[in-house]
Design a protein around this ligand. Structure first.
Ligand SMILES: NC(=O)c1ccc[n+]([C@@H]2O[C@H](COP(=O)([O-])OP(=O)(O)OC[C@H]3O[C@@H](n4cnc5c(N)ncnc54)[C@H](O)[C@@H]3O)[C@@H](O)[C@H]2O)c1
Ligand SMILES: [Zn+2]
Length: 382
């Protein structure tokens, strides 16, 4: 036998910038990100979410003008418009069209793809960008709260395959992330609120001070006031970025997935609502809020947290405007949902449970009878 052991490591580094009015000629954020790749003119392929374009029709002209003014650094290709929402992850047509287009336009590994859109478009086109040429530099510009504080700042890209969400995908950090708060104004109030659930989630497992801040600013957040929203997004993104960078498992090889706190039931509730309650479909964040409430009740029942902590969590979620009951709960099959989550983790069951408002631990077993009682408790919130 002859054995060669191979080992090397690769360091990733990327910036997450927060700004407004990205394409105002005097805003140098995008210019500076791109010029950091070298003092030459870089080809940039914009990709835009169709709904974002419908709500911000001035975008095309603004991009073109920005390219004219910063022509020494940026050469924009004609924007590629992608259907917004989950459709672009379900239908491979968008990814194929992207591949055809980049081939025809000779977009190379040194060019850039600038994806402007919700988490779905970011996921699908991020995936497409990472497979073309085995990876074209990707700049994400998420336009939803969830995109800016969670999905867009991570290292995952994916599309769906035969009804399995995110079955096909890559772990590939972006070149940079540019979060422009101005896009958020065109979101429906429900969508503005939904993404805040991820901030509550990450604060509860990682940062008690941030949770206390969310608790004391629920009214401002419920009204979606700029100052509070910006702070919430920046801190939430920071905690996600830090966890991925320093948590020891950026590419999710193990089974522990603390950022999926509250998600085992949320994933299932989302699916049930899509199939059984098409008139009352849950947004991801809305399902996560219910999932957080459910697992917080469980943590209380098991004696991991005290009553005061539980009430603080419930009141904060209510204060932000979340409804903590949905008829999909009636069809939540706990063993099945846990089994589905275990499959999603790809190993042993590992569920994050709170030990306080800002601390958590992993458990490998769930007492299903106790969890069932907790579902009953959520009925009180109808
Ligand atoms: N890669 C990851 O780590 C990760 C993490 C969490 C979620 N996700 C994925 O993100 C997706 C959900 O993303 P989302 O919550 O951003 O929703 P979304 O992208 O599906 O967008 C929802 C709707 O809002 C529209 N929209 C987007 N921005 C808008 C704006 N500024 N104004 C008006 N309309 C706008 C979209 O066109 C779409 O119709 C899911 O597919 C989920 O799997 C990925
Ligand atoms: Zn989530």
């Amino acid at each position: 036998m002859h054995l060669i052991n191979q080992q090397f490591s690769v360091t990733y580094e990327f910036s997450v910038c927060f700004t407004r009015d990205t394409f105002a000629p005097e805003n140098m954020a995008l210019h500076d990100l791109i010029s950091a790749a070298g003092a030459t003119t870089h080809k940039v392929q914009p990709v835009i979410d169709s709904q974002v374009l419908a709500d911000h029709p001035e975008l095309i002209d603004a991009i073109a003008l920005y390219g004219d003014i910063h022509g020494d650094t940026i050469a924009f290709e004609e924007p590629f418009i992608v259907r917004g929402g989950e459709i672009c992850k379900n239908d491979p047509a968008e990814v194929e069209e992207f591949l055809r287009l980049t081939q025809e336009r000779k977009i190379c590994r040194h060019s850039f793809v600038l994806v402007i859109g919700g988490g779905s478009v970011i996921d699908a086109m991020g995936y497409a960008a990472t497979i073309a040429h085995r990876g074209i530099r990707l700049i994400r510009m998420p336009t939803t709260v969830l995109g800016q504080n969670d999905a867009g700042v991570g290292v995952k890209n994916a599309i769906n395959f035969r009804n399995r969400k995110n079955y096909v995908g890559t772990f590939a950090p972006p070149y940079a992330v540019l979060n422009d708060f101005d896009f958020l104004s065109s979101l429906a109030p429900r969508d503005q609120r939904a993404g805040i659930a991820e901030a509550v989630k990450v604060s509860l497992i990682r940062d008690g001070e941030f949770f206390a801040w969310l608790e004391s600013h629920c009214e401002q957040l419920a009204r979606f006031e700029d100052e509070a929203v910006e702070h919430m997004i920046i801190r939430c993104a920071e905690l996600h970025v830090r966890h991925i960078g320093t948590g020891g498992d950026p590419f999710e090889r193990g089974s522990a997935r603390p950022l999926d706190f509250g998600h085992w039931s949320a994933h299932r509730l989302e699916e049930i609502s899509h199939t059984q309650f098409p008139q009352h479909e849950l947004r991801h964040g809305e399902a996560v809020a219910i999932g957080i409430a459910l697992d917080s009740h469980y943590a209380r029942q098991m004696g991991f947290i005290d009553e005061e902590t539980l009430m603080r969590i419930i009141n904060t979620l209510h204060g932000i405007g979340f409804s903590l009951y949905h008829p999909a709960l009636e069809q939540l099959n706990i063993p099945q949902a846990l089994a589905g989550f275990r499959e999603h983790l790809g190993g042993a069951l590992c569920i994050t449970m709170l030990t306080g408002a800002g601390s958590a631990k992993e458990v490998s077993e769930i007492d299903e009878a106790v969890m069932e009682q907790c579902v009953q408790r959520l009925r009180d919130y109808q």
